[in-house]
Design a protein around this ligand. Structure first.
Ligand SMILES: C[S@@+](CC[C@H](N)C(=O)[O-])C[C@H]1O[C@@H](n2cnc3c(N)ncnc32)[C@H](O)[C@@H]1O
Length: 264
């Protein structure tokens, strides 16, 4: 008898195209690893009440790697049964949890809006379990976004542990960068309080956003870019101007990691 899937069934909320920002990151960050992989396996963990974002992930990755194998893993058996109608070559669905019951080691595990519904203390053990399943140059993307995908943040972690935190926003509807705080991954959402690095970073970005207000006349992307340039004097922000143009920015995990380690 197979072991019980690791984790809990949670709300299955999803929506078409809500993960476009993180998928855009994946197709950039993971392109080389996917192209080089002898086994181009990608897992979408916790696809939710409809497999629509798994279908989208497959459609985006197949352009990079025509033989990519995307497996949607979901702990709710009824959601897996319903999703199975959408299986096709290179795309399948299985019931499972953090143990990832798939053959092979994934190059990418996308876990969007999954850990958000757990306790903070459950994050480190879940990361440990997922990272232990990755291919040697694989990554875990653990993130959160809003209902329609205009604001998203995610942690990118390799087998060595968490490496970065990324923010991505629809800039025309963003009043200030700290609005992304509501969408922080579970590892950080409770740490947005004075004395924690993530709180300092969001305050710094807000300060530089205010300072760069005159750039608004050139459009929100130019203002975001100017804000990142300006804040880079005070914080280690990855120098990725082409990503800034998209309303993204990425910082090393070490610069925002909670002041007391995640329990686990
Ligand atoms: C909010 S939905 C997210 C859907 C989709 N990923 C998205 O972001 O639009 C979270 C889903 O994760 C599933 N889930 C939670 N814990 C899980 C686990 N340990 N393994 C697999 N699925 C899990 C839940 O049952 C739920 O269907």
């Amino acid at each position: 008898m197979p072991a019980r899937p690791q984790g809990d069934v949670t709300r299955g909320t999803t929506a078409p195209n809500r993960l476009r920002r993180v998928d855009r990151w994946i197709t950039w960050r993971c392109a080389a690893a996917l192209r080089a992989a002898s086994e181009p396996l990608v897992v979408d963990l916790g696809f939710g009440g409809s497999p629509v974002t798994t279908l989208e992930l497959h459609a985006r990755l197949v352009r990079l790697r025509p033989d990519v194998r995307v497996v949607g893993v979901e702990i709710d058996p009824e959601r897996v049964t319903a999703a199975s109608a959408y299986s096709r070559p290179g795309l399948s669905f299985v019931r499972g949890g953090f143990e990832l019951p798939v053959n092979g080691r994934p190059v990418v595990v996308r876990a969007m809006n999954v850990l958000r519904q757990y306790d903070e203390a459950q994050v480190a053990p879940a990361w440990g379990q997922l990272l232990g399943r990755l291919a040697p140059d694989g990554v875990l993307i653990d993130g959160t976004c809003d209902e329609i995908g205009r604001r998203a943040t995610w942690v990118t972690a390799s087998t060595a542990g968490p490496e970065s935190l990324s923010f991505s926003a629809h800039l025309a509807s963003l009043d200030r960068p700290s609005q992304l705080a509501e969408r922080l991954p579970k590892a950080l959402i409770h740490r947005n309080v004075p004395g924690e690095p993530i709180h300092d970073l969001l305050a710094l970005l807000d300060e530089h956003w205010a300072r760069t207000a005159p750039y608004s006349s050139f459009g929100p992307s130019q203002r975001w870019r100017a804000m990142v340039e300006s804040a880079s004097d005070a914080w280690d922000i990855a120098r990725q101007p082409a990503r800034w143009q998209l309303g993204e920015l990425t910082v090393p995990w070490a610069s925002v990691a909670p002041s007391s380690p995640l329990a686990g």
